[in-house]
Design a protein around this ligand. Structure first.
Ligand code: DC
Length: 210
């Protein structure tokens, strides 16, 4: 069983994807981490974020099973990830790695921006998870503060809006719902409610295909 979860930055799709994977006993890949790992590696090597040859070389060496979520999920790395993500050859290199990961076991949950449209167009269930921008910014700022950092909701909102615009407007594999994706707006929902809704959607999609 393959489950595709897409949505804009800080929509809660990662938490939902992890919980769904645990619920159905599937592997999980946060594909945002693959772009973040490439962006972080280019920054560390003092390479330009549009150096596509260097980016592809990093992508080919990545160990998808041991991406350091704690380190890569830092807010600043999101911007570098979004910038490298516009490069077509890098996307092809990562997409083939992501597909290989998805097809190794009995099934998987992948979350990102183009999972339902490009990476796994035949997924058994597709969700597009959103929440209004102010809610997403508030959640992300609270998460940063809970780890001891400092963050103003307004600054985070500006960062997320800039990133969403770039992700939605790029030429290759832009952020958008697949035509057959179920929209899940989590504004005003707590994580438990969002999770129960996601399980209902996946069960229903599975039944419809059976
Ligand atoms: O999900 P995230 O915020 O960790 O993703 C970071 C960036 O990586 C995002 O702004 C755009 C890029 N990305 C992408 O282009 N395609 C994906 N499937 C996942 C992430």
């Amino acid at each position: 069983m393959l489950i595709a979860i897409d949505g804009p930055a800080a929509s809660g799709k990662g938490t939902l994807a992890r919980r769904l994977a645990a619920h159905y006993g599937l592997c999980h890949l946060d594909t945002g981490l693959t772009f973040r790992a490439v962006g972080a590696a280019l920054l560390a090597a003092h390479r330009a974020l549009d150096d596509e040859a260097a980016a592809v070389a990093v992508a080919e060496q990545l160990d998808l099973a041991s991406l350091d979520r704690e380190r890569l999920n830092r807010h600043g790395i999101g911007e570098a990830a979004s910038r490298v993500a516009v490069m077509p050859d890098l996307r092809s290199a990562l997409v083939s790695r992501q597909r290989a990961f998805a097809h190794t076991g009995a099934g998987a949950v992948l979350d990102g921006r183009d999972i339902g449209t490009v990476v796994l167009p035949d997924a058994a269930a597709k969700l597009f998870v959103t929440a209004d921008p102010a809610t997403r910014a508030r959640r992300r700022a609270a998460e940063i503060r809970s780890r001891g950092g400092t963050a103003r909701d307004a600054d985070i909102l500006a960062d997320l809006s800039r990133r969403d615009r770039r992700d939605a407007e790029r030429a290759v594999a832009p952020l958008k719902p697949a035509p057959d994706a179920y929209l899940l707006d989590t504004t005003g929902m707590d994580i438990e409610t969002a999770f129960r809704s996601a399980v209902d959607i996946v069960d229903q999609a599975r039944d419809e295909r059976a």
